[in-house]
Design a protein around this ligand. Structure first.
Ligand code: NAD
Ligand code: MG
Length: 394
């Protein structure tokens, strides 16, 4: 029986992962090791009971008493706090879903890789902040990282049986998010609710806003470079409002392999769950006659400063990814709190990168996890200060 753990089980990707596990036989077909969540203790406890998990862990230590109460009599152990989540990753499992949002997903993912097995990686922040560490850890332990981000799953599938040396370019598609058709001058005044109205994908709150700002695509560009080992100049972004082509790979003979399907994350999650086989998945089938046409256009850089910043981060590499991601997370917190405007987020990230330039040292690779975590902390702090100045001036 295959053993599985799901980190971030109460989120959007976590719930869709459970849906697939349930359809594949649930607790009778998998040995569920660890399930972790954030504040939604009811959902965490319910999932842990249903799947008869060995342990359920919530992020907040203050939630432990309630979690224990909710699990009373179930035989599921309860734990709480970031250290307990990392320890849950020390329990071996054949297949681990990494679906915590943000840099908090890095440590559990890294620790899970030590057992070999498969790490299904939805947490793109891991590769952005510490790509070389993650890839080295996987190689050292014979573990396999399978991308779950729809674009990267698409690229991975387009590359099946191909040599990476034959790849000329990788083209990431982007829906453009909720505000893609807004006039540029209105963007500064966009509210949280407006940025949350994603046209095609139903996702967690943070990634949905990152889609509108294209910070999500910026993270994905870096993720592509780190995961597939291509040069920064080989990664392109194209706006594709229909979200039916999930990404494309161009080869040196001029061929382009595109991956298409309905916008449903259960395809990418299911592909990683069943890899290297393909099994039936409960996703809508495309009716191409109904689709009729697909449209593409170049992204407007003035609207999406995040894409330019991603290129700077890739040129710098080293600890720049950790600084970029942490500054982005801090800026997003301030936007969600109503302290800064939508377009201020890019300003905060850019100013943070500039301020931390001396701290990044030479264009070095991160020496270890401590360096990454230190830069993450520093960048959050600096971004918070910069955001506070902007908020004060508003
Ligand atoms: P979400 O906000 O819906 O869920 C996030 C999960 O992480 C929840 O279980 C939450 O409780 C947990 N969590 C949040 N902060 C935590 C912390 N500090 N410590 C421990 N756990 C914490 O997010 P999501 O949309 O499911 O996205 C999860 C990851 O997958 C992100 O990295 C996102 O970029 C990526 N991703 C999501 C989608 C999507 O369709 N939702 C698509 C591609 C990639
Ligand atoms: Mg994506």
């Amino acid at each position: 029986m295959r053993s599985v753990s799901v980190f971030g089980v109460t989120g959007s990707i976590g719930a869709q992962t459970l849906d697939l596990l349930r359809r594949a036989g649930g607790a009778g077909a998998f040995r569920v090791v660890a399930l972790t969540g954030g504040r939604n203790l009811a959902a965490l406890a319910e999932a842990a009971r249903e799947f008869r998990a060995e342990v359920a862990v919530c992020a907040d230590e203050g939630g432990l008493a309630e979690l224990r109460e909710r699990l009373a009599g179930s035989g599921v152990a309860a734990a709480a706090g970031a250290a307990a989540i990392a320890e849950a990753a020390d329990r071996p499992a054949d297949w681990v879903m990494s679906a915590i949002v943000g840099a908090a997903g890095l440590v559990p993912g890294l620790r899970a890789l030590r057992h070999g097995g498969v790490l299904a990686l939805a947490n793109k922040e891991s590769l952005v902040t510490a790509g070389p560490l993650l890839m080295a850890e996987a190689a050292a332990h014979g573990a396999r990282i399978l991308p779950v981000d729809s674009e990267h799953s698409a690229i991975f599938q387009a590359l099946a049986g191909e040599e990476i040396a034959a790849v000329e370019r990788i083209i990431l598609t982007a829906s453009g998010g909720a505000l893609r058709d807004w006039p540029l001058e209105r963007l500064a005044g966009a509210t949280v609710d407006e940025a949350l109205a994603h046209p095609n994908w139903a996702m967690g709150q943070r990634i949905t806003i990152d889609s509108a700002s294209m910070f999500n695509k910026a993270l994905e560009v870096i993720e592509t470079r780190e995961f597939f080992g291509v040069e920064p100049g080989q990664v392109e972004v194209i706006l594709h409002p229909e979200s039916l082509v999930h990404s494309l790979v161009g080869f040196r003979d001029g061929a382009i392999m595109a991956h298409m399907g309905a916008p449903d994350m259960r395809h990418s999650i299911g592909y990683a769950l069943n890899w290297p086989r393909r099994e039936a998945l409960p996703v809508a089938r495309l009716d191409l006659a109904q689709v009729a046409s697909l449209t593409f256009r170049a992204p407007d850089e003035a609207r999406y400063p995040a894409l330019r910043l991603a290129r700077e981060v890739m040129a710098r590499r080293g600890l720049a990814g950790a600084a970029f991601n942490a500054a982005k997370e801090a800026a997003l917190d301030q936007f969600l709190a109503g302290a800064i405007g939508f377009m201020d987020m890019a300003g905060v990230v850019e100013a943070t990168l500039e301020a931390l330039e001396p701290e990044m040292g030479a264009a070095n690779l991160p020496r270890g996890l401590e360096d990454v975590l230190r830069m993450d902390h520093l960048a959050r702090q600096r971004a918070g200060e910069i955001a506070a100045r902007i908020a004060g001036g508003r």
